[in-house]
Structure formats: C-alpha cells, structure tokens
Design a protein around this ligand. Sequence first.
Ligand code: HEM
Ligand SMILES: *[C@@H]1O[C@H](CO)[C@@H](O)[C@H](O)[C@H]1NC(C)=O
Ligand SMILES: *[C@@H]1O[C@H](CO)[C@@H](O)[C@H](O)[C@H]1NC(C)=O
Ligand SMILES: *[C@@H]1O[C@H](CO)[C@@H](O)[C@H](O)[C@H]1NC(C)=O
Length: 510
Amino acid sequence: MIHMKQDFQGMPFATTVALGGLSLLVYFFIRGFISNRRGGLAKLPPPPVVPGLPLIGNLLQLKEKKPYKTFTKWAEIYGPIYSIRTGASTVIVLNSVDVAKEAMVTRFSSISTRKLPKALKILTFDKCMVATSDYNGFHKMVKQYILASVLGVNAQKRHRCHRDTMIENISNQLHAYVKSCPLQAINFRKLFDSEIFGLALKEALGKEVESIYVEELSTTLSKEEIFKVLVLEPMKGAIEVDWRDFFPYLRWIPNKTMDMKMQRMTFCRQAVMKALIKEQKKRIAMGEEINCHLDQLLSQAKTLTEEQIVMLLWEVIIETSDTTSITTEWAMYEIAKDPNRQDRLCREIQNVCGSDRIKEENLSKLPYLSAVFHETLRKHSPVPIIPLRYAHEDTQLGGYSIPTGSEIAINIYGCNMDKKQWERPEEWKPERFLEEKYDSMDLYKTMAFGGGKRVCAGSLQAMLISCTAIGRLVQEFEWKLKDGEEENVDCSGLTSHKLHPIQAILKPRD
Ligand code: HEM
Ligand SMILES: *[C@@H]1O[C@H](CO)[C@@H](O)[C@H](O)[C@H]1NC(C)=O
Ligand SMILES: *[C@@H]1O[C@H](CO)[C@@H](O)[C@H](O)[C@H]1NC(C)=O
Ligand SMILES: *[C@@H]1O[C@H](CO)[C@@H](O)[C@H](O)[C@H]1NC(C)=O
C-alpha cells in the first residue's frame, strides 16, 4: 500500500478513493475466499488417528528403531493414510502409491519443504545440499549443476569410462581372490564400496587419491581412511542417531554425547574435503582441467560460498557411494540364495551377449536383469522413508484435510509392501516386472526413487552401475551363500543397509 500511495501521489483525490475502495473490495474478496477454502477443508475429515498414550502419543510404539515396519503394520489396520501424535506435533504417514504420489505431485506446492532432524541438520549444514534443500531458487540452481556435471544423460556419457574401469577392477579383483582362496567366502561389500568410492571421487573432484595430508588433523589419511571419514562415519551417524531424532518431535531431549559426536564427525569431514579440494585446485592452477563437479562449480557457480561448494561436492560422494552399493549387495544376496533365478538371469545374458562381456549398451535387451534390479529396489528400498516434509499451508491428501504445520512421512517401504498393489509383497520375485504393463526401461516402476519434482536425480547412474555390475558378476561367477548366511537379513537402524555384509562363495564360470 505504501508503494501504491507513492506511485499514485499525483492522482486526483477521487481516483485514490476509488482505488482504496477497490482494494477494500479485493481484501474482502480474498478473505471470503480464504475462509471459504478453510470451510471447504474443514468439511473434509481429518485422517484416521493411531491411538497412543496422552502426552507422548505414539512414541513408545515406535521404539524399536524400524519405524518403516511399524508404519506398514499400522497401514493394515488404519488404511494407507493416518496420523500419529508425537508430543507437540502431528505426523501424517503415507503408505500407498496413490497418496504418496498425490503428496509428491498434485499437492507438491503445499508440501515442498523439509523438516530435518537435528542430527541431519548438523550433518548437512542445514539444507546446503540438493537433496536436503527446500524447494527454492537455490535448489533449482544446484540441481541444475549436479545434473549438468554429473548425473544428467550427457554427463553420464562423459563419465562412462570411469564406470567401465570400475567394473573391470571389480571383476579382476574377484578373479584374483577366487584364485588365491578358492571356496572361501568373500567380503564383496568392501571391494565394491572401495571401487564405487573411487568413481565418486572422480566424478566430484576429477581424480582419485591414494592418500591425503590433512592439516587440521595433522596426519596423512589413506584412501580407506578417507572413505571412513567421508562416507562410513556420516552414514553411521545418520543411521545410529537416536531414532527419536529422526522424528523431530523429541528434539528437546538433550544428548550431549550425540551432539558432540556429530560435531566431531562434521569437523573431520570438512577438513578432509577441504584438503582434497585444495589438491585439485593446484591441478586447475597448473592448467589441467577435468570434466567433474568441482571444475564446473568453480567456473560457473560464482555466487556459492566455500562451505556450500564443499557440501555440494560431498553430496555427490555420499549419494554415489551408499544407495547403489546397498542395492547391488541385496541383489547379489537374493541371486545367490535362489539358484533357479540365477540360472535364468545367466541364460538371458548368455543369449544376448554370447561370449562377450555385458556392456551398458546391452541393458535394454536384458529385461530379466532389469526386473532383478527393480525387484531388489522394491523389496530393499535404500531410502525406506523419505526425510520428513511438512505442509506449509492447509491442504488435503486422500480425501482428508491436512492442516498447516503437519509433518509428512512418505513410507516408501510401505508403498512397496502394499498388499493391494503387489501380490505377496514379501517375496523377491523379479518375474512380476516382466508383465506387459511394465516398460522394462522405466526407472520408476516402484516408489524407490521418490517422484514428482523431488524425484531422485541419480536414478540413471544407479541403474547403469547396479545393472551392469549385477550382470557382469553373474556372467563371470556362480554365486552361493555361505552356510547360515540366509538368515542374515537384518538391516541397520533406519535404513535398509544390510547389517552384516554378504558372505558369498564364488566359482568362476567357464
Ligand atoms: C538405488 C539408488 C538410489 C535410490 C533408491 C535413491 C532414492 C532417492 C529418493 C527416494 C529421493 C527423493 C527424496 C525426496 O523425495 O525428498 C532421492 C533424491 C535424490 N537423490 Fe537419490 N537415490 C539413489 C541413488 C542416487 C545416486 C547414485 C545419486 C547421485 C549422486 C542420487 C542423488 C539424489 C539427489 C541429488 C536427490 C535430490 C533430488 C531433489 O531433491 O531434487 N541418488 N533419491
Ligand atoms: C582400478 O585399477 C587400476 C589399476 O589397477 C587402479 O589404478 C585404479 O585406482 C583402480 N580403481 C579405479 C576406481 O579406477
Ligand atoms: C546419547 O547418545 C549416545 C551416543 O550415540 C548414546 O550411546 C546414548 O545412549 C544416548 N543417551 C540417551 C539418554 O539417549
Ligand atoms: C552389446 O554392446 C556392444 C557394444 O558395447 C555391441 O557391440 C553389441 O552388439 C551389443 N550386443 C547386443 C546383442 O546388443
């Protein structure tokens, strides 16, 4: 109004009055509209409530650290959408594809912001990364950068050579191991993690390193130690956070030990990242340019601070290293457990590739391999619950009213275990994705990658790496679980990370 008055200073008095009248009218119109909308919303019922104790709500029921499983059980009683009380706040839990998609697509504009638990806030420098940022100008900018230099179709073509090297290395190391210790179980995770970490470093920083001197820690770290500081410890931190911290309602419970652990972890990570970046800046200063996220950010993103650049580079490293490895490991576990399906996969690859080694170009001709990948994503979704979002305005979901301030938990695990959508969801059965209604190259057959505007940016890379690796590993070796390994299906904490690394015995195929 102040602006209007200044702009309109020279206008005759009558016009001003008329304008004033107009704006009053507009005011009442908007008010009427809002209260109508409120009224409309009020007519919708609230979602069913899971009964809990007064004051602490449903917290005790969630105590076992696997909220995605508890949520899924509750969905069988209360339906795909319900609310739980958690002390001061309400969390709306979504457990079916329909309501999840409604939240991620149709009502996205009302629930696009994040609610981060404290541990994740410390760990991610409060929304400094693509995946944890609110949906705003910053998000759009940094997502554009990560797609252009790492994850988009063209960027993935440029990084192809790194993926090929990685697969060759894994294959070579497995052959060497099997030769020197035949019939001994191998720790496949360690080998795979180390190689995919190398790939992540190349994509983020341009080069892999064997070691780095870190001034703040006055020590030289090996590649394995760098992996520990940049990937293992932060993941462990995010996983082992007191489960209560994942859901912000109990943030008030003070835990100094935990806070200090997080601070220490973050300090080490920043120090190592900065040392790695400094090393690469020397390379750039010498005139050697590499197509990677660091070089792109330095040359294009002039408005970003140093801290932001550190976080965006770390994001590529942590996201590349973790989820793809979880998926591949579970796929190998399921295949090793199931000789018939392993044979079927092996035969498919043989029919298509003959004696040639499987390549990315061949993936579109291997529908069963693709089905194995998607069925693994369905049963062992690496992100079982999407980090909480919250409604910043009144909205609706599944025919229920959702008031401003509600927190929203999208239970991907629940969507993928929904008995109404999947026949015998607890079974690992790749054949279900061979049905005609599925396009074998569609990346979003399950909810594993999320959906809508915040859909996973790395799905293409995850598919390329995981499918090629699974294919090659089955093509070259016969997989068998070590005795007793079949029972080892526990996951660690809030994630679907296999608690104990797979113990498999490999026999080269001739
Ligand atoms: C099997 C592997 C993966 C799974 C299951 C997965 C799952 C997800 C899910 C569910 C989301 C959506 C979160 C939300 O809706 O709020 C997401 C977002 C994201 N993922 Fe992935 N992811 C995988 C691999 C990767 C890889 C390899 C990268 C690459 C570095 C990556 C980068 C991202 C980014 C940047 C976002 C944020 C997108 C945005 O907020 O706009 N992901 N991922
Ligand atoms: C792969 O093997 C080569 C040669 O042994 C090695 O230089 C490289 O660091 C390994 N890892 C990756 C990810 O390239
Ligand atoms: C605080 O965090 C530490 C370290 O993770 C944990 O061992 C401890 O049980 C927590 N204390 C409380 C009271 O929750
Ligand atoms: C598999 O990919 C390679 C290229 O890497 C190609 O030469 C070969 O023809 C492909 N095989 C089939 C059956 O598509």
